[in-house]
Structure formats: structure tokens, C-alpha cells
Ligand binder design. Structure first.
Ligand SMILES: NC(=O)c1ccc[n+]([C@@H]2O[C@H](COP(=O)([O-])OP(=O)(O)OC[C@H]3O[C@@H](n4cnc5c(N)ncnc54)[C@H](OP(=O)(O)O)[C@@H]3O)[C@@H](O)[C@H]2O)c1
Length: 327
């Protein structure tokens, strides 16, 4: 097993972590009970090597991805190439419990579930620690003191170095933070050129037409004020603007794809890089999580840092993706 490591101080981690994160949800061979194959492990080796060589050093997991197999193949990669662990940060998530004989899909921040989930994550990853643990989705039945004590013990034991959340709005983060000694360092949410709520709630403030925007007002500002890194899942919009077949898509999608490819030509960069550069141009310094398993696409994504969109280009993409001019 990879040895225990002294916690890297938060400021050192923030200075060292890559701008992009690699999302491991596509590893492990699918959401089924089939055993992990040699092919699945080889794919994970290739993906990890490609991502590291292209400059990505943060790998994003969750205990549920491909029913535990994403972590399992990753752990096998670390076993077969033990030097890799020191070159990367690993974050994983827990607290989504898929439907089983005991009940429906549920979220669970109880001491017993979170502690045992972390132990299982570490076993699958073949690592004695993870750098960051994210609580995957807010649990309405969360007992504040219980989760605070659980996270404290996980940090104290050295099993988890830092904590974050996912899919939470600012009030949920503030509530949880109020009981924790350690800072919440990350909030991973779905934002992209295709999911614009994070911008729309600000742009449409006070405008009755904005009343149905499904993004909690002020979450972005809360995260920025409190140094909570915003990570974007679904950041590639699953290829919607960077090469996926758009037959039957809306005029906004088709127009935005065209604009992305024009900007790609201008910047001599792949379309994926433009899509991610649009997220990264925001001063919140959004950290995109990319979920592609295609090696060329991983390399293409890593060119995002070379694309510096002008204000006008950024707004053109925004307007095009929202399908109408700003108010
Ligand atoms: N916190 C959460 O609740 C949550 C939820 C979902 C995901 N995540 C994390 O975020 C990561 C990324 O999320 P995601 O995978 O949903 O979104 P994504 O990165 O936007 O999309 C990746 C998917 O899009 C496909 N794709 C990308 N470009 C394409 C193109 N030009 N043509 C065809 N297909 C294309 C990829 O296929 P190829 O592999 O063939 O490139 C892959 O299946 C995940 O791996 C996971 O780590 C977190």
C-alpha cells in the first residue's frame, strides 16, 4: 500500500494543483457488476499517464463511479506504478447510497456511513490517504455535530487531508463550515457553456424573467469570498460544442459550436480548449473537471491555458449559448 504522507498545507496544495482536474467517472469498464478486466486497468494506465504528462495532477473520483470500479482500476495503476502517487492529488466523494435491499437512493452523512465509505475508498485506491474528500450531495438528514466530528476524526487519523463539498449552495456550505475546524476547500458543481445558471442568476438579478433560474444566488460570491475553489463537472458539456453531432440541436447550440470552432481557428487550439477556456476566463478561477477517456481529447483540453479569450469573445460565447442577447 502507498505510504502515509504528511498533510500538504492548503496554500501549498493550491499553489501546486493543476488548473484542470481529470474526472475518473469513465474508468473501470461501465456501471455494471462485471469484474475489472486487464483492459480496464490498461486504459486507466494510459489515461493517468496522458493526463500527468499534459500537466493535470488532480484526479477526481467518487466511491459510486462505475460501482467502485473506477477507484479499483486506479488503485491497481498505483500498485503497478507506485511512484505515481507522489505525483498527484486524489480527491474522492462519498455519501450517495445507491438503491439497495435496505432502501431507495439516499444521501448519508452519518458517522458510520461516511467513515466506512472512506475506508472502502482507501482500500480500492490502495492508498493510506486521500488529499480531499468531498461530500457528494447534501443530505437533508445531516446532523451537523455528527458530520463535524466524523470529518475531524478522518483528518486526525491522516486518512483525509482536506475537505470539500459537491452540489451545494452557499447556505449549505456556510452551515456545514460553521461546525468544522478545517476549511471547506472545494465546491464541485455542474457549470459549463451548456449550464449557465451560475451566470444567469447574477445577470438576471431583480428581473422577473429570471425567477426560475435553478442556481442559488450568491453561491459563486460566497465561494470566492471564502476561498472555496469552484470545480466544474460536466465542463465539456459532453462535447456539445466541440465536435459531437449536433443534428437536431437548437439554433443556439449549433451557433455556439460554430463560434467555438472559429475561435479555435483564431487561437490555433482545439475546440475543447476554447470551451474550457471560456470557463477559466471567469475570475472565480473555475477548475474544470474533464471526463473524457479519449487520450487525444485529454491533450486537447490541456491547451485551454493557451487560449486567452477577450471580454468580447467571452460575452459572444455567453450570448450565443444562452440563445438571446443580455437584458
Ligand atoms: N459532483 C458530481 O455530482 C459529478 C457528477 C458527474 C460527473 N462528475 C465528475 O465530473 C467529471 C466530468 O463529468 P462528465 O463526464 O459528466 O462531463 P464532461 O467532461 O463534460 O463530458 C465527458 C463525456 O463527454 C464525451 N465527449 C466529450 N467530447 C466529446 C465529443 N466531441 N464527441 C463525443 N463525445 C464527447 C466524453 O466521451 P469520450 O470519453 O469518448 O471523450 C465523455 O463521455 C466526471 O468524470 C466526474 O469526475 C461529478
Amino acid at each position: 500500500m502507498n505510504s502515509k504522507k504528511k498533510t500538504i498545507p492548503l496554500n501549498q496544495y493550491l499553489a501546486d494543483v493543476s488548473t484542470l482536474s481529470y474526472g475518473c467517472m469513465g474508468l473501470g469498464g461501465g456501471w455494471n457488476q462485471n469484474p475489472v478486466s486487464r483492459e480496464n486497468i490498461n486504459q486507466a494506465h494510459q489515461v493517468v499517464d496522458t493526463a500527468l504528462q499534459a500537466g493535470i495532477n488532480l484526479f477526481d473520483h467518487a466511491d459510486i463511479y462505475t460501482m467502485g470500479k473506477a477507484e479499483k482500476v486506479f488503485g491497481q495503476v498505483l500498485t503497478e506504478s507506485p511512484g505515481l502517487r507522489e505525483k498527484m492529488y486524489i480527491q474522492s466523494k462519498c455519501a450517495i447510497r445507491p438503491a439497495d435491499d435496505s432502501g431507495p437512493t439516499r444521501y448519508d452523512f452519518s458517522r458510520q456511513w461516511v467513515s466506512s465509505s472512506v475506508d472502502n475508498i482507501l482500500t480500492r485506491l490502495n492508498s493510506e490517504y486521500i488529499d480531499i474528500l468531498l461530500l457528494h450531495r447534501p443530505d437533508p438528514l445531516m446532523e451537523l455535530d455528527e458530520i463535524a466530528e466524523t470529518l475531524y476524526q478522518l483528518k486526525n487519523s491522516g486518512k483525509v487531508h482536506h475537505f470539500g463539498v459537491s452540489n451545494m449552495h452557499q447556505h449549505q456550505i456556510a452551515f456545514l463550515q460553521s461546525a468544522l475546524d478545517a476549511p471547506i476547500v472545494t465546491n464541485q458543481i455542474e457549470i459549463s457553456l451548456d449550464k449557465l445558471g451560475w451566470l444567469e442568476e447574477g445577470i438576471m438579478a431583480g428581473n422577473p424573467e429570471g425567477r426560475d433560474i435553478n442556481f442559488s444566488a450568491g453561491t459563486l460570491e460566497y465561494c470566492r469570498l471564502n476561498n472555496v475553489q469552484i470545480q466544474a463537472w460536466g465542463s465539456l458539456a459532453r462535447g456539445l460544442f466541440s465536435g459531437r453531432d449536433t443534428t437536431g440541436a437548437s439554433a443556439a447550440v449549433k451557433g455556439t459550436s460554430l463560434l467555438v470552432s472559429k475561435l479555435a481557428d483564431k487561437y490555433q487550439a482545439p475546440c475543447e480548449a476554447v470551451v474550457l477556456a471560456w470557463l477559466m476566463r471567469h475570475p472565480a478561477r473555475v477548475q474544470p473537471v474533464i471526463g473524457t477517456t479519449n487520450l487525444d481529447r485529454i491533450k486537447a483540453c490541456c491547451q485551454a491555458e493557451l487560449v486567452n479569450l477577450t471580454r468580447e469573445e467571452w460575452y459572444s460565447l455567453y450570448e450565443s449559448a444562452r440563445g438571446q442577447a443580455l437584458p
